[in-house]
Design a protein around this ligand. Sequence first.
Ligand SMILES: [Zn+2]
Length: 126
Amino acid sequence: MESPTETPLEAPIEAPEAVVDDPATHRFECRSCGFVYDPGEGVKKLAIPAGTSFLDLDPVGFRCPVCRSRVGAFKDIGPRNKPSGFEENLNFGLGVNRLTPGQKNVLIFGGFALAFAFFLSLYSLR
Ligand SMILES: [Zn+2]
């Protein structure tokens, strides 16, 4: 059955402009030494101004400032605002990471109280 008065919960999103995945903003990591080129910072040592995309670097002249590898040694590790795995990790640990310090204290002292009660119950067995 169709109900024409019902409005769709989610409007179809044609082009999600909020998720801008511009390769020019991507960071690149040197596979040889782990150096990360951040276009938001540039490389002062090489006189590369902040805001310079890795893709705009001179592929011949650019060398890793740490180990002097060529651009071919660098791999695309994505934009800065997407730290790999960090978002997922927040949901691990039974959500303890999301608790406020106060809530954590309740957990900890609640645990102590429980252990103490258990301890007393063992004593009462004698
Ligand atoms: Zn390197």
